[in-house]
Design a protein around this ligand. Structure first.
Ligand SMILES: [Zn+2]
Length: 404
């Protein structure tokens, strides 16, 4: 599955109609969760059926304005979160099980259409929404050409609302495969605080300098937001500014991380990384750390994506003890965070601390490879998906205002 993204350009009135569609999608999702909690829905099929019930109810006349398949798409989303909760309960994971929550109205939200409810113009530069909200046609702004694909390859169209505007995401059913020659090199990567990663050859990649700079900017905007009065216009403005700054950071980061991941995959036959727990990352309140954590998480997603594209296995291993064990003899060598070099008293092996960890990660991965079949399925997740626009610099073409 590929995801292409274009910005939607329309009038204020059209955007309001998109807002209504997004709100209705949210309403369908939350209604399904409610009905599930009340015991009215017990399966995915029930959820589909409930969409029809919603559309015929007189209390919510707006529900039937949303395209019927779009209603189903939102029912699927709701059911996915219910299913995840069931799965977590069944597998008895520790801590919270992720009981489905009602979603709030936020700036960042989306509506999802399947194969109907929208139409591309013949030249594929305009997207028209044809459901009851009558949002009309929008000009598409983006770097990618949709001409390359057949219309029936577009399985979904998502309208995504962000702080800086409205976007259309096209989910295209296309399997990307690239040819890659064998290099005879396998690599293990260890994430660190001081460097973005250290590989098992001892090479270090530094954190990009813009992360620091962006961090300062976000801190400043956050302070400004907290000083504004609640429910004031200035607060809305400040929130928008902060939202835009966050978007800029995440786009920059995603771009950097994507290119780095592609390079790593292209120059290795096997890549081993540690499996960081997302849950621990979210608990983190230190801004600099959380920014680099997200960067690392995105990096890993891109590694897995390019791994599938180039046919390079990307193996994740449990990170415990990778820094403590000696990669040469396997004995445990206890060291604190401040000890930067690994000196083994058992075999005399001396190496950089992170390099030793990276070697351990590679070794663990090779062991794991023997035991299991590598994962081939790529899961696309997160708010900023693995989007192809991130792979190229957005062209800064001349943006003319659309004549109305
Ligand atoms: Zn040793």
């Amino acid at each position: 599955m590929l995801i292409y993204e274009s910005k939607l350009e329309g009038t204020k009135n059209q955007y309001e109609r998109l807002d209504n569609a997004i709100r209705t999608g949210l309403f369908v999702r939350n209604s399904i969760i409610r009905a599930w909690m009340d015991g009215l829905i017990k399966s995915r099929n029930d959820a589909y059926k409930y969409c029809k019930v919603l559309a015929s109810k007189s209390e919510c006349p707006w529900a039937r304005l949303l395209n019927s398949q779009a209603r189903q798409a939102h029912a699927e989303r709701a059911w996915a979160s219910i299913e995840r909760f069931y799965r977590n309960c069944a597998s008895k994971i520790k801590g919270k099980k992720g009981f489905p929550k009602f979603k709030k109205q936020l700036v960042r939200a989306s509506a999802e259409y399947k194969v109907s409810g929208w139409k591309l113009s013949v030249d594929r530069r305009y997207l028209e929404f044809t459901d009851g909200f009558k949002a009309g046609s929008f000009k598409l702004w983006g770097t990618r050409d949709l001409h390359y694909y057949q219309l029936d390859q577009i399985k979904r169209v998502r309208v995504v609302r962000r702080h800086d505007g409205y976007y259309a995401q096209f989910l295209i059913d296309h399997k990307r495969e690239e040819n890659k020659e064998l290099i005879g090199r396998q690599v293990g990567l260890d994430v660190g605080l001081n460097h973005f990663y250290t590989d098992s050859f001892g090479e270090k990649i530094d954190n990009p300098r813009f992360l620091r700079k962006d961090e300062r900017k976000i801190k400043r905007l956050q302070r400004r937001l907290s000083k504004t009065q609640k429910h004031s216009i200035n607060r809305v403005k400040a929130r928008n500014k902060l939202g835009r700054a966050h978007l800029k950071v995440s786009r920059r980061r995603n771009d950097w991380v994507c290119k780095l991941a592609q390079r790593v995959i292209q120059s290795n036959d096997l890549v081993a990384v540690e499996n960081l727990k997302v849950r621990n990352m979210i608990k983190n309140h230190c801004l600099a750390k959380s920014i680099s954590d997200v960067a690392w998480y995105r990096f890993r997603e891109w590694l897995e994506y390019f791994g599938v594209v180039y046919g390079v296995p990307v193996i994740t291993v449990n990170p415990s003890y990778t820094s403590q064990n000696c990669s040469n003899c396997g004995e445990i060598v206890v060291k604190t965070l401040s000890t930067r070099t690994h000196k083994c008293p058992h075999c005399g092996y001396i190496a950089d601390r992170d390099e030793n960890a990276a070697l351990n990660i590679l070794k663990l991965a090779l062991k794991e490879l023997v035991n299991t079949v590598g994962r081939t399925e790529l899961e696309v997740s997160g708010e900023i998906p693995l989007c192809f626009d991130a792979q190229t610099q957005p062209s800064k073409g001349t943006r003319r205002k659309r004549k109305t």
